[in-house]
Design a protein. Structure first.
Length: 242
């Protein structure tokens, strides 16, 4: 749970600094290039309200930390059975591959949910204790719902990759590349109008920090189910060496 601890620690740090930064947003916006501000969700003119400030850090730092954790867990939740030579023991028991797969998926979703809920509870607790002015709770809730769907997506993407591509000893490189690469496609596309189309190649474009849209949520839930279905079929048919 190191990644969760990092996300929680960063959350405490950035929210605790809000009283010192809330009145500096306009001044800071004059010194930072507009392209950079757009790329990293830095709407500093709205820092007078906590959601405007928080989304700058949640949409880049916190969600990427949690997405890397989710994707890493997904990529190893089944593949580690091969690496640690425990697959023979599992398959010697009177349980089907479907049961093994569904149990692993349930464990993955539980770990992602627990990690995200802990970060959310800490964040909302900090808002209550640190913020003295009005809070746009609706915006914060929508922000976190989008973030949760993103984490589920990357978690299942990691699981999917581990079933499609075998023989990788350490998935951390591909995991970090997938998450960071996806974000920078979004950042590059958002920074300039001429490159807006690039951001549409990234899940961060559809599940961002500026409000929830139910059609993208439904589509990404469908993609998650499709990846799980394909990964399950591969898992049932693959020759797993012990």
């Amino acid at each position: 749970m190191i990644w969760t601890g990092i996300a929680i620690g960063f959350t405490i740090m950035i929210v605790s600094l809000y009283p010192s930064f809330k009145d500096l947003g306009v001044a800071m916006s004059e010194t930072i290039p507009k392209e950079m501000a757009k790329a990293f969700n830095m709407d500093m003119a709205s820092w007078g309200e906590i959601s405007g400030y928080y989304k700058t850090y949640f949409g880049f730092h916190i969600i990427i930390i949690l997405a890397i954790f989710s994707c890493s867990m997904g990529s190893t939740i089944i593949s580690k059975e091969e690496k640690e030579r425990t697959s023979e023991f599992l398959f010697s028991k009177p349980i089907s591959r479907r049961t093994i797969f569904s149990t692993k998926v349930g464990a993955l979703f539980s770990l992602i949910s627990m990690s995200f809920i802990l970060q959310t509870l800490v964040a909302f607790g900090m808002f209550l204790s640190v913020v003295s002015n009005e809070v746009n709770w609706g915006s914060l809730v929508e922000m976190h719902l989008n973030g949760y769907i993103l984490c589920l997506f990357f978690g299942v993407a990691g699981l999917f990759i581990s079933q499609v591509i075998s023989g990788i000893k350490n998935y951390m490189g591909p995991v970090v590349g997938l998450v960071i690469g996806s974000y920078f496609l979004y950042a590059i596309g958002k920074s300039m109008e001429e490159t807006t189309w690039i951001s549409k190649l990234s899940p961060f474009h559809y599940l961002g920090v500026d409000g929830i849209q139910f059609l993208p949520v439904i589509i990404f839930l469908g993609i998650i189910l499709a990846m799980l279905f394909i990964a399950h079929k591969i898992f049932e048919r693959k020759d797993i060496g012990a």
